[in-house]
Design a protein around this ligand. Structure first.
Ligand SMILES: [Zn+2]
Length: 153
C-alpha cells in the first residue's frame, strides 16, 4: 500500500491515539492500549488508510468500493468523514491563512447522469482556498449562495 504510515502503527506496536509503545492483542485480534485504554482493529486501520489513499487520488466512492471490495455505503460514509475532517481543520486554521487568497468552489461526488455543476443533487460543494504560497484549504459548504460563502470568511 503506497500510504506511508510507520510500520509500528500498522503492526500494532505503537498506539495510534496516544503514541505509547504498549498496545497488546485482544482475543478478537484487535489491539488495546495500556496507557489510554482505547482499542481498535488493525484490519480496519489498514482498510481506512487504503480508502484515504483512493480519496486523495480523487477516485469516486463507487470506484474505490470496487477496487477494495467494500460496499459503496462504507466508502461513501468514510469519504464524508474525511471531508468533514478537512472542513474542521480548515475552520480551526482559518486565521493562520495569510497573503493573497484565491477562492473557488468545486463539486465532489460520483459521476451521474443529468444535471451537473450547481443544482446537481448529491453533490458536496467544497470551497477551496488557494494561498499564494501554494497551500490549499478546502471547506465543505451547504450551498453556494453568496451569503454562505461570505460566512466562511
Ligand atoms: Zn494509547
Amino acid at each position: 500500500m503506497p500510504v506511508k504510515i510507520p510500520v509500528m502503527f500498522l503492526e500494532g506496536r505503537k498506539c495510534i491515539y496516544c503514541g505509547a509503545w504498549k498496545p497488546y492483542r485482544l482475543a478478537d485480534r484487535r489491539v488495546k492500549c495500556k496507557t489510554c485504554r482505547r482499542y481498535y482493529s488493525l484490519k480496519k486501520l489498514k482498510n481506512d488508510l487504503s480508502i484515504l489513499f483512493y480519496f486523495a487520488l480523487e477516485l469516486s466512492a463507487n470506484r474505490t468500493a470496487k477496487e477494495l471490495g467494500l460496499s459503496y455505503k462504507t466508502i461513501r460514509n468514510k469519504y464524508m468523514f474525511f471531508r468533514e475532517k478537512i472542513s474542521k481543520h480548515l475552520e480551526d486554521n482559518f486565521q493562520k491563512l495569510s497573503g493573497e487568497l484565491e477562492i473557488d468552489e468545486t463539486y465532489f461526488g460520483g459521476k451521474r447522469k443529468g444535471k451537473r455543476g450547481r443544482g446537481a443533487f448529491n453533490k458536496v460543494v467544497v470551497l477551496g482556498i488557494l494561498e499564494r504560497n501554494g497551500r490549499v484549504y478546502t471547506k465543505v459548504v451547504p450551498n453556494v449562495k453568496a451569503e454562505t460563502l461570505m460566512q466562511q470568511n
